[in-house]
Design a protein around this ligand. Structure first.
Ligand code: NAD
Ligand code: UDP
Length: 339
């Protein structure tokens, strides 16, 4: 079993990954500055697993904190979730995104190098693919210039890590290109808890369902898709969390840098999400059609064959599980972790 440093481990995907790591017998150290999360998420991780997490409140830009962690713990591998992810905000304050996501990642790998730790799993995104690619997207398709600064930071960090692994064969790096993470832990104790008005579809839907928002705006109903609304590849956060364990396993015996898509391979429209949510949970979601959102593509879904073949990973949860679990979390925690 390994000791894993999880940066951003108090966040949505990080906290679910901590549960899976602990359940699999790994030891976990979390570094998080709580800029977009709550320590309560880690309390729930400990409740669910009956195991303890070593939590360090600090920043990946702080090299003193990083060096202390690597001195105090025999870390085998790092899973790097820490970063800012609000697309709209990244257009308004790009430097904050460049500093946090790009400089932060450089600061982390420098500290890893000082500590002789060379196994890394990085949270990337399907947004790195060139928009001209036709779904299903596979890892051999070209990347392109993302339409926003958030996506740009993911592309840059991917490229930096590729060059690092090319230059120094000690590195073993997994780039996981997430599609659209949704859902929550089955217990309803953990889930997505965005601050302010949600940017993403799923938390918006659950906040309408719980009465925090009046109605859903569906951005565009004139796309060339099954019903005119945008099509995405939604993936249960627990399946996504488990992909990190598979990637860790793969990287502990490998060298170089490699990318894997983590999606189910199924495209699903916004209207299908709304209608399935209503059917599975028995709640009506008031909605209106609104103009297209700038930067959105019509369709994006994964070819996940590489992850299935090389990582031995499969998605176990379907759309109904994702929508039932998202609602189970939201209804038990109407105000997220701030109850
Ligand atoms: P999140 O905001 O819930 O989690 C990120 C965590 O990182 C938060 O707990 C935050 O407090 C912490 N953090 C941010 N900057 C930090 C810093 N400088 N030092 C230490 N901690 C810091 O987001 P998430 O949805 O769990 O996403 C995790 C990762 O996955 C991010 O890198 C995100 O860009 C990437 N990703 C997310 C999605 C998605 O739709 N959720 C899709 C693709 C990729
Ligand atoms: N969407 C929507 N209303 C919302 C949020 C999102 O219609 O309030 C649509 C969006 O246009 C896209 C899909 O839902 O077609 C998924 O959007 P999200 O922001 O969750 O993920 P993205 O794929 O854009 O990263």
């Amino acid at each position: 079993m390994s000791k894993v440093l999880v940066t951003g481990g108090a966040g949505y995907i990080g906290s679910h990954t901590c549960v899976e790591l602990l359940n699999a017998g790994h030891d976990v150290v979390v570094l998080d500055n709580l800029s977009n999360s709550s320590k309560e998420a880690l309390n729930r991780v400990q409740t669910l697993t009956a195991k303890s997490v070593d939590f360090v409140e600090g920043d990946i830009l702080d090299e003193v904190v990083l060096d202390q962690i690597f001195q105090n713990h025999q870390i085998d591998a790092v899973i790097h979730f820490a970063g800012l992810k609000a697309v709209g905000e990244s257009q308004k304050i790009p430097l904050k995104y460049f500093e946090n996501n790009i400089s932060g990642s450089i600061s982390l790998v420098q500290a890893m190098e000082r500590a002789n730790v060379f196994n890394l799993v990085f949270s990337s995104s399907a947004t790195v693919y060139d928009e001209a690619n036709i779904s299903p997207l596979n890892e051999d398709m070209p990347t392109g210039m993302p339409s926003n600064n958030y996506g740009y930071t993911k592309l840059i960090v991917e490229q930096l890590l590729e060059k690092l692994a090319q230059a120094d064969e000690r590195w073993s790096i997994a780039l996981l290109r997430y599609f659209n993470p949704v859902g929550a832990h089955k217990s309803g104790l953990m889930g997505e808890d965005p601050q302010g008005i949600p940017n993403n579809l799923m938390p918006y839907v659950t906040q309408v369902a719980v009465g925090r928002r009046e109605k859903l705006s569906i951005f565009g109903n004139d796309y060339d898709t099954v019903d005119g609304t945008g099509v995405r590849d939604y993936i249960h956060v627990v399946d996504l969390a488990n992909a990190h364990l598979c990637a860790l396993n793969n990287r502990l015996n490998a060298q170089g840098c490699r990318a894997w898509n983590i999606g189910t391979g199924n495209g699903c429209s916004v209207l299908e999400i709304k209608n399935t949510f209503e059917r599975v949970n028995g709640i009506e979601i008031p909605f209106e059609f609104a103009p297209r959102r700038e930067g959105d593509v019509a369709t994006s879904f994964a070819n996940n064959a590489r992850a299935v073949q090389e990582l031995g990973w499969t998605a176990k949860f379907g759309l109904e599980d994702m929508l039932a679990d998202s609602w189970n979390w939201q209804k038990q925690n109407p105000n997220g972790y701030r109850d």
